[in-house]
Ligand binder design. Sequence first.
Ligand SMILES: Nc1ncnc2c1ncn2[C@@H]1O[C@H](COP(=O)(O)OP(=O)(O)OP(=O)(O)O)[C@@H](O)[C@H]1O
Ligand SMILES: [Mg+2]
Length: 235
Amino acid sequence: MEEKRVLIETKNLIKTYGEGEGLMYALNDVSVKVYEHDFLVILGGSGSGKSTLLNMIGGIDKVDKGEIIVEGKDIVKFNDKELTLYRRDTVGFVYQFFNLINDITVFQNVILAPGSRDKEKAMELLKRVGLEGKEGKFPRQLSGGQQQRVAIARALNKNSEILLCDEPTGALDDISGKQVLKLLEEIHNEGKTIVLVTHTKEIAGMANRIITMKNGVVVKEEENKNIVKAEEVVW
Ligand SMILES: Nc1ncnc2c1ncn2[C@@H]1O[C@H](COP(=O)(O)OP(=O)(O)OP(=O)(O)O)[C@@H](O)[C@H]1O
Ligand SMILES: [Mg+2]
């Protein structure tokens, strides 16, 4: 079998908060790989370090020690300008609480980022996520699930190879959550690499690889041979 291309590799990542008695390891020697076309789920309880790891991979947080190799380069060594470009071009983000800008329209949210200004494409993406006709609405006029789909359209508009999702269904009811999972499944089938953080074991069933974290450490890494369709995920 052909070796899969490694898109991202973290090497011995360390991130601590506090000092002295209060010192704690949010990440304690975390080495993981994201392969091309993975649907990788990072699973773990609250405080296990999932978001910290995802934010490092996304170039949002600074590590204390370790490397994050992307396309042969260590992004830990990037300067601010290089990091800005990395965040703009290489990764898309979807957050638990959507992070939309509330005083501009849905359409404006989707075309806001530099490199995302193509209006026709933005309209197509809104259609793609099932929000045709909502482009002129403000985020508060939409349901949570609809807002999350706006956030997904915004992320897709960046054309990045990788989509990083932090508890994307965490703030949604079952039905909206499932719609979002189905959308992510479709996007993955169309070729996108997805890294999804969750504490919900059932959602991990959708992944081809599952990494389990506890107390800032990777405690398990597994291939999932029985991939469950989003339609069949129950939680
Ligand atoms: N800015 C910060 N200052 C201090 N401690 C922090 C900070 N950010 C994270 N931590 C700590 O680091 C640890 C890992 O946090 P992280 O947010 O990565 O956990 P998580 O697995 O995403 O949890 P959750 O499922 O609740 O979102 C936690 O113990 C948290 O309290
Ligand atoms: Mg988190």
